[in-house]
Design a protein around this ligand. Structure first.
Ligand code: GDP
Ligand code: IMO
Ligand code: MG
Length: 427
């Protein structure tokens, strides 16, 4: 038995979906543990491309259980659409393959309205999916949970109790039209009816697998720099994205985790506002965006691009206790004469080696770069470390040595098979 947590080490979109899909082969159960449909996880298998927002990235494999944990905020409409789209593509979505936590929270129409309206002044650059307001209600203890959604009377009672306050906030403070209460209740009752068979106490379910000695894979969303506590606050998402959240959002204890795999893009990207120390506003950044196809899987927004940032990665490794790395999108760097890597920041003459909490410091910081030789060759067909070009091997070794963590997986293309596996985490 081996239980592996997969987390993003940067600002999201590192290739978590691809790696989770790949590792599902070796595991029995995959559980998403936080976030919502702000996530967009891309899987490319054969000639099929699937983008998942809520269902765990193990769903393309037969006979594996995919669990949506209590740590998520679920938009039931998106979830039903995702189930329908998967079924249309021929994948089995049944109560044998998908389970949803009865304690996960529900994103309501007013959450999305609040998210949109606040963006006009707050300008975080959110995905507009109602994530922040839904987590706020969870902490405020006025959230709707999946257990409420699937019980029509309880749902009505809960919405009745909170609606006046929401209506007042929307109309008087944010100056937007509130949703029609009755229409909303009926629509959500109908969606609850459809989702009811999938809803269960998933912590109990996960523990049953643990007691049977099965392999578990925990799938995170976003990345460490978007973590609500440890990221570039307030330019973060509204959940914890680091590995510790795997336990909370799945309902297991820390003693159940064997290893933590940090997914690390070979360069850095960020979508939305907020500091990004190694961002390149020049033609090199544009080249990374063009070569890497760096457009958001959820919103289609162009991703901001820059060089690899070892300061940020050291932070992620410390915060998540990362035991192994998966370096992704290495193929995108083919054709760069040299590749830069930030080893530290400099501000007012002093060297900064960990990410500052004070956001005021970021605009004035200079990057301390190492410059490494690049490589010309296309590497997408390479399947072993030894066959990689010398410059590429040196780049991987440089990252490993500087971070003190082994790259167990190297990804050289979007497809499942475009991968070099150097260590079996379930071995
Ligand atoms: P996630 O949110 O971490 O799952 O990542 P996304 O799916 O949002 O973004 C990663 C993008 O890179 C997707 O379009 C993937 O298909 C693609 N991708 C993943 N790994 C690789 C790789 O090694 N090389 C290339 N070229 N693309 C990759
Ligand atoms: P995956 O799982 C990249 C970013 C948004 C915004 C900030 C807050 O695909 O890696 P939110 O809607 O969560 O309140 O937005 O977080 N963001 C992501 N960026 N990948 C994601 O998920 C993201 N999920 C949220 O762009 O800057
Ligand atoms: Mg993504």
């Amino acid at each position: 038995m081996s239980n592996v947590v997969v987390v993003g080490t940067q600002w999201g979109d590192e290739g978590k979906g691809k790696v989770v899909d790949l590792l599902t082969e070796r595991s029995d159960l995959v559980i998403r543990f936080q976030g919502g449909k702000n996530a967009g996880h891309t899987l490319v298998v054969g000639d099929k491309k699937v983008i998942l927002h809520l269902i765990p990235s193990g769903i393309l494999h037969k006979d594996k259980l995919c669990v949506i944990g209590s740590g998520l905020v679920i938009d039931p409409e998106t979830l039903l659409e995702e189930i329908a789209a998967l079924r249309e593509k021929g994948y089995a979505v049944t109560t044998d393959t998908v389970a949803i936590s009865d304690r996960a929270h529900v994103i309501m129409p007013y959450h999305k309205m609040i998210d949109h309206a606040r963006e006009a002044t707050q300008k975080i650059g959110t995905t507009g999916r109602g994530i922040g307001p839904a987590y706020e209600d969870k902490a405020h203890r006025t959230g709707i949970r999946m257990i409420d959604l699937v019980n029509p009377d309880l749902l009505r009672k809960k919405i009745d109790a909170l609606f006046d306050e929401k209506q007042e906030y929307l109309t008087c403070i944010l100056k937007v039209k509130a949703p029609d209460k009755e229409e909303m209740i009926e629509k959500f009752q109908a969606m609850g009816e459809k989702l009811r068979p999938f809803v269960t106490d998933t912590s109990v379910l996960v523990h049953r697998f643990i007691s049977q000695g099965k392999n578990l894979l925990f799938e995170g969303a976003q990345g460490a720099n978007l973590d609500m506590d440890h990221g570039t606050y307030p330019y973060v998402t509204s959940s914890n994205t680091i590995a510790g959240q795997a336990c909370v959002g799945a309902g297991v204890g820390p003693t159940m985790i064997d290893s933590v795999l940090g997914i690390c893009k070979a360069y850095t990207t960020r979508v939305g506002g907020g500091p990004f120390p190694t961002e390149l506003g020049d033609e090199v950044g544009e080249k990374l965006r063009a070569f890497g196809g760096e457009y958001g899987a959820t919103t289609g927004r162009p991703r901001r691009c820059g060089w690899l940032d070892l300061v940020g990665l050291r932070n992620s490794i410390r915060l998540s206790g990362i035991s192994h790395l998966a370096i992704t999108k290495l193929d995108v760097l083919s054709g760069f004469e040299t590749i830069k890597v930030a080893t530290a920041y400099r501000s007012g003459g002093s060297l900064i080696e960990s990410m500052p909490a004070d956001l005021e410091m970021y605009p004035g910081m200079e990057m301390v770069y190492d410059e490494l030789p690049g490589w010309e060759e296309n590497i997408s067909s390479v399947r072993s470390f030894d066959e990689l070009p010398a410059g590429c091997k040196a780049y991987i070794s440089y990252i490993e040595e500087n971070l003190g963590v082994k790259a167990a997986i190297v990804s050289v293309g979007p497809k499942r098979e475009e991968t070099i596996i150097r260590e079996d985490l379930f071995g």
